[in-house]
Design a protein around this ligand. Structure first.
Ligand SMILES: [Zn+2]
Length: 82
């Protein structure tokens, strides 16, 4: 009885042409350069699975010009942009 170890399937290399991809722009000022920032959520001891207060950073990107954070980055953070 022979047992061949399964080889992992070769991953298909996907070439993505980024020049054809959408560029996210700031809705406020059309700027397309963003700075990575963090929204930090404080998990209270009651909500925390470990029973201890914890700080959880969520990475978002804010406009490098006006500081506006596109709403799509705020999904799941519980924050609203005006
Ligand atoms: Zn902006």
């Amino acid at each position: 009885m022979s047992f061949k170890p399964m080889k992992p399937l070769p991953k298909k290399k996907q070439e993505v042409d980024l020049s054809k991809a959408d560029t996210i722009k700031c809705k406020e000022c059309e700027n397309y350069l963003f700075i990575s920032s963090f929204v930090i959520k404080r998990i209270s001891a009651l909500m925390s699975p470990t029973g201890q207060e914890a700080l959880v950073p969520i990475q978002v990107y804010s406009c490098g010009n006006c500081g506006q954070v596109p709403t799509q980055f705020l999904e799941g953070s519980g924050l609203d942009t005006k």
